[in-house]
Design a protein around this ligand. Sequence first.
Ligand SMILES: Nc1ncnc2c1ncn2[C@@H]1O[C@H](COP(=O)(O)OP(=O)(O)OP(=O)(O)O)[C@@H](O)[C@H]1O
Ligand SMILES: [Mg+2]
Length: 244
Amino acid sequence: MIEVQDLAVAYGHGRREIAAVDSISFSVGTGELVSMVGPSGCGKSTILYALDGLIKPTAGRILIGGDEVRGIRRDVALILQDAGLLPWKTVRENAALAMLLQGIKEDIQSTLETLGLSGFESRFPGELSEGMKRRVGIARALALHPRVLLMDEPMANLDSLTRERIQNLLLDLWNTLHFTGVLVTHDIEEAVFLGHRILIMSPRPARLTEVLENPEAGSVDYRGSKAFHERVAYLRTKLGAVES
Ligand SMILES: Nc1ncnc2c1ncn2[C@@H]1O[C@H](COP(=O)(O)OP(=O)(O)OP(=O)(O)O)[C@@H](O)[C@H]1O
Ligand SMILES: [Mg+2]
């Protein structure tokens, strides 16, 4: 479904050029959810922006459903770290924003209900808890009924209980909607809980260091299992080694 072939991305030009991503290839199968982890500043967000068609690769190409990505498209949605809510717009307006930008006219209510936001439609972001704000960000992306959901640390800076609830919610959504997903996260347990495979990236410029198979992911009980804890420990060592 997603094929990334020799992707390279650089920012700036000439002597100021910064290589952010260096010749990465990977694929994500239809309905598969993969996690991506790596040191801060290594180029993870850059990869997601390229997948979303927001920035153009310097080299290589990205195919989604067999078509080369050349700009933003209706079947691909991106969730940003801080949910990207506009403070002067209500929950309903914020959730409908991506639909509006893509010219889609559809009722947002059922999506708000799925995310437990009914009753809060007319509230403003400043009146919501952090967890609710993230759910509005997720609603905004899901309202597009995307085939591909790209997530850039959607649970960052949440308290651990809220974080776990939203992880469970994402798992539920994935189990019902079967989207193809790429989840960038700094949280090792989150990467293992949600990703069927875990892409481990090198320091900048991002290269793929290892792909960790994690076939048990996809059920809420996985968190308590021995395999889960072993994989978390492995990944922790691996990332510690990469960063030192
Ligand atoms: N617009 C830009 N212009 C120049 N350099 C940039 C730009 N955006 C990002 N970079 C650089 O590219 C590199 C990769 O950035 P990116 O945001 O993709 O990293 P990241 O892995 O998402 O980091 P983090 O984990 O901290 O979110 C960084 O070194 C960053 O400084
Ligand atoms: Mg980032």
